[in-house]
Design a protein around this ligand. Structure first.
Ligand code: FE2
Length: 426
């Protein structure tokens, strides 16, 4: 083999391989194996830590992120006050402020090893300022982060006057995925009609679909059924995503036993948003309180591709968050009680390879021929990465080091005890 540009030696991989080397040339992985021969311009000793493909966020709102407190704080913390607050903020938005906040968020993302994001962008304001802004951000961050945009009619494509026209204009401008929000339309019938309309639009244009679907505690909110059926009718298998699907948490078990195979057969992909679902759902409950997240382990057991997304960070709906997909996956693990050995590894996949499939990312992963995009974590394996929400020691994009973070350690001053702790397993 000719000389590599970069060699990362002595790393563990998420698939369980240990102490392997990864060789990179011209921005791509050329070889992975134990004790690779040859030299490189640059060699990094991974010291038995985990090298993972980049984190991928399949569900985000970059037009509202980091706007917390504008024009006021969400006092109740509820979904509906959040939507109302976003309505108050929209007339005050400027392209410049949107770009500045989104770029700042992308800096946070890179520092967390998050290098691909699917963001919904609200198209209900006919000025389409957020679309303009995020298309500009997409262009600026392209060298280091893949930003995929969804035309999202937040107020309902049928319910909000002009929304369908705005949505078509957003697609014409370069937004690549068709969004929707059927449970927010005025009636169940309108919701189903919106699913049909939007899936037909995507099929006509050869685009993917990603709908906010059944983000409700109403067990009778069943738009996912229509979404799955339209996916099959229009031949969109593998290109349609149902986001949230929280009503499935509350549905009748007998109905779900019919629904799960229908979803699996349709090739519908699913995104749960654990941080948001656990805080926004079941707000009408007293006790016992439902958790509100969709049935993640059951969907996975049926072979459905499920990702965990972050949805919101510091915006009208959610005052927390920091672009940390390990925090998202950790919450998903807890809410879904996914503490079995394979289930924990599935949670790691739900913020890496699974969302990469949803976005349709080309040449993603740790294999020869893939882009040399990867993250060295201060953890030995995916389970430890989740437990520690591990520090991203180094982040590479196309073989170039784009971010470093010092290891998390603490200095002890205790008699007879070591001077340093780092929380890694022995
Ligand atoms: Fe969302």
């Amino acid at each position: 083999m000719s000389q590599a540009d970069l060699m990362v030696r002595h790393v563990n991989l998420p698939d369980g391989r240990t102490d392997v080397d990864v060789a990179v040339r011209d921005g791509r992985i050329v070889e992975i194996g134990a004790a690779l021969p040859g030299t490189a311009h640059e060699t990094v000793d991974g010291q038995g830590l985990l090298l993972a493909p980049p984190f991928v966020d399949a569900h985000f709102h970059m037009d509202s992120t980091l706007s917390l407190g504008l024009p006021r704080l969400n006092q109740s913390g509820t979904l509906l006050e959040g939507i109302a607050l976003w309505g108050e903020l929209k007339p005050l938005l400027t392209v410049e402020a949107l770009v500045e906040r989104a770029l700042r968020y992308c800096d946070w993302a890179v520092a967390r090893g998050l290098l691909a994001i699917r963001s919904h962008v609200d198209i209900c304001d006919p000025r389409l300022l957020a679309v303009q802004a995020l298309l500009e951000v997409k262009r600026q961050v392209a060298p280091y982060l893949d930003l995929q945009l969804v035309a999202f009619p937040q107020d309902g494509v049928l319910r909000s006057p002009g929304a369908l026209d705005n949505l078509r204009r957003a697609l014409d401008m370069g937004v690549e995925v068709v969004g929707g929000i059927p449970h927010f339309e005025r009636t169940m019938a309108d919701g189903a009609a919106s699913v049909t309309l939007l899936c037909e639009l995507a099929a006509e244009r050869g685009l993917r679909v990603d709908m906010h679907c059944d983000e409700s505690d109403d067990p009778l909110s069943r738009h996912v059924e229509t979404l799955a059926a339209e996916t099959v009718r229009l031949g969109l298998q593998g290109r349609v995503t149902g986001s949230h699907l929280t009503s499935m948490h509350s549905m009748d078990n007998y109905y779900v036993s019919k629904l799960l195979p229908l979803i699996a057969q349709s090739g519908l992909q699913v995104v749960a948003n654990p941080l948001i679902n656990i805080t926004l759902q079941a707000r009408h409950d007293t006790y016992p309180k439902r958790r509100g997240m969709t049935r993640v382990p059951e969907l996975m057991a049926h072979g459905v591709n499920v990702a965990f997304g972050s949805d919101c960070v510091m915006d009208p709906w959610y005052p927390m968050g920091s672009a940390d997909l390990l925090e998202v996956a950790s919450m998903g693990l807890h809410v879904a009680q996914m503490t079995g050995q394979q289930a924990m590894r599935d949670c790691f996949d739900a913020v890496t390879v699974n969302p990469a499939r949803i976005l349709g990312l080309a040449d993603y992963g740790l294999a020869p021929g893939c882009h040399a995009d990867f993250v060295l974590l201060q953890a030995r394996d995916p389970v430890e990465a989740l437990r520690l929400r591990a520090t991203r020691l180094a982040v590479w994009r196309r073989g170039r080091l784009i971010c470093e973070t010092p290891p998390a350690t603490a200095r002890l001053n205790l008699p007879g005890r070591p001077a340093e702790v780092n929380w890694l397993r022995a």
